[in-house]
Design a protein around this ligand. Structure first.
Ligand SMILES: *Cc1c(COP(=O)(O)O)cnc(C)c1O
Length: 379
């Protein structure tokens, strides 16, 4: 038995250990504490926003962000169909309806012309569009140069789902800073982790204060427990914030490692007709996951064939997100669709991309792919 090569395992070492132990010994094994505040400030500095609120998941951050921009139960919210289910679920938590929009096939990010058209269509029917939630796909920012003016002109608040994109940028501006509010995730498979956690980042300090209030059971400042509305238990623990502080110190190194891996994949697949690396030309990506797309007509094999070959060698891959309009849980939701997301789901595959992968592990991956390509080309 060889050990399994995972897609994007946590990258945890002695620095994280020392931060976590220090937090334990400080006596702040409580849901609040000095590491929490320091972590929020460090992330806000990194993203370039005036503030940040740490919560216990990216999903919780999305929920509070949507509430923060004023989404209500009668609203529709524009969500990419190509995303992780959390983006759409957060809309449902409020009782609002997600309306799905397809992606640009070249990037996997939302197709801005479709967004523009969808806003018009929904408005002409008298719908209130509460927000649009672009996702920075696999660590590459959406096309904010085009999208921001569309949202500004339509007066629709932009909530940036940057769960996959911490450390990336677009035109030199950090991911997370593009909307009224941005959302980050520190889930175990993300570019950096607190084992589970998330963050809201924004220049709108009123919005952030309200999110903080709602995240702590909407407890009023009184000596007894006083509550005027329904809040949530969404705060990140101080211990996990300590883990996050250590991870953030290593973020640039972890991004460099992922970029190096992506460059190696690019070299490996360069001579193969019909295979393309998604967003290979985006030099500002954080390279969270390297995804290839495969045109079977041109190369004679399917993305699935490679996935099976690698799985037989204990190497984990993952299809691109299954589009939301194909998910039973969101069946019946409206969408403006072109088939682009469905094609990426069929033809795309994410390859092992984690910064914690060792040299012997990545060598095993490259050898296995070489072997696969050799078999396919020479028969
Ligand atoms: C991971 C992810 C989330 C949710 O983050 P959690 O921390 O797992 O709740 C939301 N949106 C996208 C696009 C993600 O990839």
């Amino acid at each position: 038995m060889t050990d399994t090569v995972h897609l994007s395992p946590p990258d945890i070492g002695p620095l994280e250990e020392s931060y976590l132990i220090a937090a334990l010994r400080s006596g702040w094994a409580a849901p609040a504490g000095p590491d929490l505040e320091a972590f929020e400030q460090a992330i806000a500095r990194r993203v370039g926003t005036d503030g940040a609120v740490a919560v216990n998941s990216g999903t919780a951050a999305l929920h509070l962000a949507l509430l923060g921009v004023g989404v209500g139960p009668d609203d529709v919210v524009i969500v990419p169909t190509l995303t992780f289910v959390a983006t759409a679920n957060a809309v449902r938590y409020i009782g609002a309806r997600p309306v799905f929009v397809d992606c640009d096939p070249r990037t996997g990010n939302v197709d801005v012309d479709l967004v523009d058209e969808l806003i018009r269509r929904l408005r002409s029917r008298g719908e209130r569009v509460g927000a649009i939630v672009p996702v920075d796909m696999f660590g590459s920012c959406a096309d904010y140069r085009a999208l921001t003016p569309v949202c500004v002109e339509a007066g629709v608040p932009l909530v940036e789902d940057a769960a996959e994109a911490l450390g990336a940028s677009h035109d030199g501006r950090p991911a997370g800073s593009f909307g009224r509010v941005g959302v980050l995730s520190f889930n175990g498979n993300k570019i950096m982790t607190t084992s589970g956690g998330g963050m809201l980042v924004s220049d709108d300090t009123t919005l952030l204060a309200r999110a903080r209030h709602l995240a702590t059971q909407a407890r009023e400042p009184a000596r007894h427990y006083e509550h005027h509305e329904t809040g949530y238990n969404y705060r990140l623990s101080n211990l996990l914030a300590a883990l996050g502080r250590a991870q953030l110190l290593r973020l640039d190194g972890m991004i460099a490692r992922r970029r190096h891996l992506r460059d190696s994949y690019a070299k490996l697949f360069a001579p193969v007709p019909g295979v393309r690396l998604l967003n290979a030309e985006d030099t500002e990506s954080n390279c969270w996951l390297t995804v290839i797309t495969v045109e079977p007509d041109r190369c004679g094999w399917r993305a699935d064939d490679l996935a099976v070959h690698l799985a037989e060698r204990d190497i984990e891959t993952r299809p691109v997100w299954k589009p939301m309009h194909l998910q039973p849980v969101h069946r019946g939701a409206e969408g403006l669709l072109t088939g682009a997301a469905e094609r990426l789901f069929t033809d795309g595959v994410a390859l092992p991309s984690g910064s914690a992968l060792t040299e012997p592990q990545t060598a095993r991956v490259f050898t296995a792919i070489d072997e696969f390509l050799g078999l396919r080309v020479r028969g």
